[in-house]
Write a protein that binds this ligand. Sequence first.
Ligand SMILES: [Cu+2]
Length: 69
Amino acid sequence: METRTFIAPNISCHHCIHTITRELKALTGVREVQGDVTTRQVTVAFEPPATWEQIVAVLHEIGYPPASS
Ligand SMILES: [Cu+2]
């Protein structure tokens, strides 16, 4: 299991967190997604076949690219 924490600057409300959580959990291997509206920080726990690259691709697709990748 791998855990990554990142900032998604486009997060503005709870709906954003819901969208991110729903879309990332749709990926096989993503176990946990936790987001905070105030800090715009998201933590995702995942294992194969999910990859960080795949998660980043989804974040870009749905409009919440991580700040540092
Ligand atoms: Cu929102």
